[in-house]
Structures are given as C-alpha cells and as structure tokens.
Design a binder for this molecule. Sequence first.
Ligand code: SAM
Length: 176
Amino acid sequence: MLHDRDLSARAEIVAAQLDALFDSLPSGYECDKQLATFNDSYTYGEIQTRDIAVIAHNVTEPAQLTFAELGSGLGKFAIAAGFFFKHSFGIEFAPERSAVAQRALVALGERAPPNVALTTGDLREFPLHCIDVVFAHNLVFSSGLERALELKLDCELADGVLLLSSAMFSNIHAAF
Ligand SMILES: C[S@@+](CC[C@H](N)C(=O)[O-])C[C@H]1O[C@@H](n2cnc3c(N)ncnc32)[C@H](O)[C@@H]1O
C-alpha cells in the first residue's frame, strides 16, 4: 500500500507530465468557442491534476478499484486516475473536448496507462454498477443536470461506493 507521501510524490510526477502535454493541446476554453451548441452545463473548469492523490488517499487499495469521472472534459484527470486505479473511465458530452482527450492519449503513447477508457456521451447514460469511486466536477452543472445526476446516483450507486464531487448534492450526504 502506498503511503500519503508516496501518493503525493507520484501525483506530482503524473501532474507535471500531463500538464506539459496538455500545454500543447487546445484548452477547455478554446473548445468552448468551437461548441456547436452551448448550455450552462458545458461551462469549463478544471480540477488540479495532483488532487488525484487526495482521492487515492481516501480509499484503501486504489490499485484494486475502478474510478469513473462524469463530465471528464479534456480527460486529464481521468488519465491521471489511470496511474492510480485499476481502471479509469471518463465520459464527456462535448465532442470537441472528447477529441482533445483522445489526442492526449495518443500523444502519451506508451506512457499512457492502458486501463483508461474515455468516451463521448451523456453522463446520465453511463452505467455506474461496477464503479467503486465516482467523481464529478459538478460546480457548474445546470440545476436540471444536477437533479438528473442525483437521481441516477441514488438509484445506481451500490453501498460502499465513494462519491466525490466539487459541489454537494442536496440529498446525498456522502459527497464532499
Ligand atoms: C467543470 S468541467 C470539468 C472538466 C474536468 N472534469 C476537470 O475537472 O478537469 C464539466 C464538464 O462536464 C461536461 N458535461 C456537461 N454536461 C454533461 C453531460 N450531460 N454528460 C457528460 N458530460 C457533461 C462539460 O462539457 C464539461 O467538460
């Protein structure tokens, strides 16, 4: 089992590597300009890559667990999770951002964790059974999306699943 210090050190290395790579790719904000249709839920904001250490710290054996990010944007965080978790899934609605995520995986080549799957689609349709750790950077989700997601989490999350979100869900107390 990795100790906090090891987790943080590893997250710093992963973050430095991914930050350097993503500097050469279009940003989430540049993608915004290309979005054919836009609604409030697509507003972009990025969690710090190194915060993956905080998530990995909150579970006992990340290497045995499956991680999913709902609304994975350019895929940076979901890719970082692949360095810590057994499997990492990301689902992103905006094809422009999803395309950048695929480019990032290709650019990483052999350095890309092989256990990462990034797909284009609606998080409301992403199956959550078999996922152990769910993360959503949901600060700017519209109230409609937030309600739908809350309902979905309520129906689909099994006991013991760790739910992490950047904004509290009103009826789910496990979030922080
Ligand atoms: C605040 S950004 C977070 C980006 C990334 N997760 C991060 O933290 O670095 C939220 C993302 O959720 C995506 N999104 C919004 N509605 C969605 C939906 N219904 N299904 C999938 N993704 C969605 C947006 O396009 C955006 O890229």
